[in-house]
Every structure is written in C-alpha cells, then in structure tokens.
Design a protein. Structure first.
Length: 117
C-alpha cells in the first residue's frame, strides 16, 4: 500500500490518508478482502504519530471502507461499491463548487466546457 502524503499542505495528515486509501480502492489497487498495514506499521513508514493513523482508520471504518478484525488486522470491506459511489459523489460536488466559482468570475457554462475540452 503506497500512501502519498504532502507534509507541506494544510490538509491534515489523517485526511490525506483517508483520501489516499479511498483513491487506491476506487482505482482497484486495493481490492475487497485485502489486508492493509497495521496502524503502527503505517505510522512508522510515514514517520508520523500512530494516533494520526488511528484517526484515519477510524474514519475509514465509519465510511465502511475498511473493517478491523480483532487480532487479525484491518481489511478492505467486501462492499466497496458503496465507497466508490460516495467518492464519485464527493468529486462531483467539488467539480460543481469549482464551476460555481468560475461562473462568479464571469465565465459562462459554455466557456467553462470549452476550456475543459
């Protein structure tokens, strides 16, 4: 599992971990049933506090992307389709927000579409 973290951004590290795992799942790199690194292992690899990773894993578990099994570790859930749908919804919301910003700056929807192509 290759998690990329940008230590220079204002986005909290735990949020970056969540987004990276979501990205790896939606791209099919992490598949249902795959075991992910332990909290300590990932914290060590990223040179960060284990509590930060724990917070990210808790968020991923709340989003039903991972499931933790006592003494066995954390695994990607079998129901990743729901996670994909949520990620798609999130990206579309971000795109809509950006379109509204561009419209406020004076661009029409047609101009925006032309620039995107």
């Amino acid at each position: 599992m290759n998690i990329n973290i940008d230590y220079q951004t204002r986005t909290p590290i735990y949020e970056q971990i969540v987004k990276e795992v979501e990205r790896l799942v939606t791209l099919g790199i992490l598949k249902p049933g795959d075991q992910i690194m332990s909290i300590r292992e990932l914290a060590c690899n990223l040179s960060i506090n284990p509590n930060t990773v724990k917070k990210a894993y808790d968020m991923l578990e709340n989003k039903k992307i991972i499931i933790s099994k006592s003494t066995k570790g954390s695994f990607i859930t079998d129901n990743i389709e729901e996670a994909k749908k949520e990620k798609i919804k999130s990206v579309i919301e971000e795109i809509n927000k950006s379109i509204k910003e561009l419209e406020i700056l004076g661009l029409s929807r047609d101009e925006i579409l032309k620039k995107l192509k």
